[in-house]
Design a protein around this ligand. Structure first.
Ligand code: A3S
Length: 439
């Protein structure tokens, strides 16, 4: 079922001519003000289940907008796989009755089976136009209640439902770190390859894209994807590099340890199946990271299978962004935001004070690259500007190389987790420290 929800300050319609033989509703006209119009296309395979989910969502939107009138408008133009008229009519009537039975506002339905003329005025605020799809095959309920209704009954916090959870600042960081760009691919690639190593993953399998990957709906869709496709040690992917789930039979202990420090402290675990989030016949648990602005993204989806639990981490893009989001939470509490050394796009910034130290910087950079450490020599701009610039990508180690360092084979080291401090260390001690951090 596809629904277009429009907040109408005014809508009027009238039947023009019959669109099917013997339409079930008589010709009529109507006019309503300040109502929520649900243009509904019933698709093949839709049933009462979809009507109930659409009812819950429509009620939720009407309540969000403080509207007291809902107009259901049969609309055969939002999909190319239409249900035949008799089916469509049955589902639309079920939709109308479900809303009536669960909502105290006024519910109307425009006549079915007619070409209609209409006029509509829409105020255009951010929530004035919403499109929805309710797919047969995966019904999502929370503690037995259709997910869209759960907040109405106080069963789940609104922030957990599917919506983009990232704050504007987090999105700014995503573009600064270029997460989806050629530069930022480093993070996504590093994350997926680290997870794959952790789980001994051999194969990447393309799967249908889950509908949404935020909040509870996203968690349920991911669990559904995992349960349909998951196997021992696979990476399930559907789009770009970050659209991937790494699956395994063994609990990701090592990675959990890394996650524990940063993301799991601030997460919520929801049961899949009776007593939690019902997504078809899937049982298990979902750990969702609570984003800084509200909203949630799945970190770990555990699906109970007859042969044991299937652990899936991801989508990897959400986890990478969650690390940035968690860093912003640090900044909110006055701590310098940072990112795990192994995930940082640039791990070491080398800053030669003048051109005379360039060859020294080069020799260190090539040593680090043999250790597969991501080092960058910053040559342009003043010393202060280059040190500030290395902070833009939360670079964990910043190394200043002056006349003295070059002549004594030492480096002046600033560790991001020790703000305001710097230490002169011998080159070999520095290399030793980096190799420990990168293990
Ligand atoms: O297609 C002709 C009219 O019959 C109804 N209808 C459907 N509505 C929703 N989902 C389906 N699968 C339908 N199949 C038939 C509609 O009332 C449709 N009329 N807006 C008008 C045209 O002006 C319309 O869609």
């Amino acid at each position: 079922m596809r629904v277009l929800l429009l907040h109408a300050t005014r809508i009027s319609y009238r039947t023009v001519e019959e669109a099917i033989r013997n339409p079930p509703d008589p010709q009529s006209s109507g006019e309503y003000s300040n109502c929520l119009v649900a243009f509904v296309t019933v698709e093949e395979g839709d049933g009462v289940e979809e009507a109930e989910r659409a009812a819950g969502d429509t009620i939720l939107q009407a309540n969000r907008l403080g509207l007291k009138t809902i107009l259901i408008y049969p609309y055969a133009h939002l999909s190319s796989s239409l249900a035949p008229p008799p089916e469509a009519y049955r589902v639309l009537v079920a939709l109308e009755q479900t809303i009536r039975s669960r909502w105290e506002g006024e519910v109307y339905r425009a006549p079915f089976g007619w070409y209609k003329a209409f006029e509509l005025s829409c105020p255009g605020h951010p929530l004035a136009e919403l499109s929805r799809q309710f797919k047969a095959g995966l019904t999502i309920k929370y503690l037995g209640v259709p997910l869209e209704e759960a907040p109405l009954k106080g069963l789940v916090e609104k922030w957990l439902l599917d919506r983009d959870p990232w704050s504007a600042e987090t999105k700014e960081l995503v573009s600064r770190f270029d997460v989806d760009g050629p530069h930022g691919i480093t993070m996504l690639w590093e994350l997926e390859s680290r997870l794959s190593e952790e789980f001994g993953v051999k194969r990447r399998v393309k799967v249908p894209a889950p509908e949404t990957v935020y909040g509870l709906v996203g968690a349920a869709h991911l669990a559904y994807t995992c349960s349909k496709w998951g196997g021992e040690g696979l990476t399930l992917f559907w789009g770009g590099l970050g659209d991937s789930l790494v699956s395994s039979r063994s609990p990701p202990a090592g990675f959990l340890e890394t996650l524990n420090k940063r993301l799991l402290e601030d997460s919520i675990t929801v049961n899949l199946g009776s007593g939690g989030l019902e997504a078809g016949d899937i049982r298990g648990r979902v750990t969702l990271y609570k984003a800084r602005k509200g909203g949630a993204v799945p970190l770990i989806v555990e699906v109970e299978k007859p042969e044991g639990t299937l652990y899936c981490l991801g989508p990897t893009r959400s986890i990478a962004i969650a690390f940035l989001d968690a860093g912003l939470k640090d900044a909110d509490s006055g701590t310098t935001p940072q990112i795990p050394f192994w995930l940082a796009p640039i791990q070491v910034a080398l800053i030669p004070v003048s051109g005379a130290q360039l060859s020294y910087a080069d020799s260190i950079a090539s040593k680090l690259s043999t250790m597969r450490v991501r080092a960058r020599i910053l040559k342009e701009g003043s010393l202060g500007a280059r040190i500030r610039d290395s902070g833009r990508l939360w670079t964990p180690l910043v190394v200043v190389l002056g006349e003295r360092e070059a002549s004594t084979n030492t480096v002046t080291l600033r560790r991001r987790w020790e703000p305001g401090k710097q230490e002169v260390v011998s080159l070999e001690d520095f290399i030793e420290e980096v190799s420990k951090l990168n293990s």
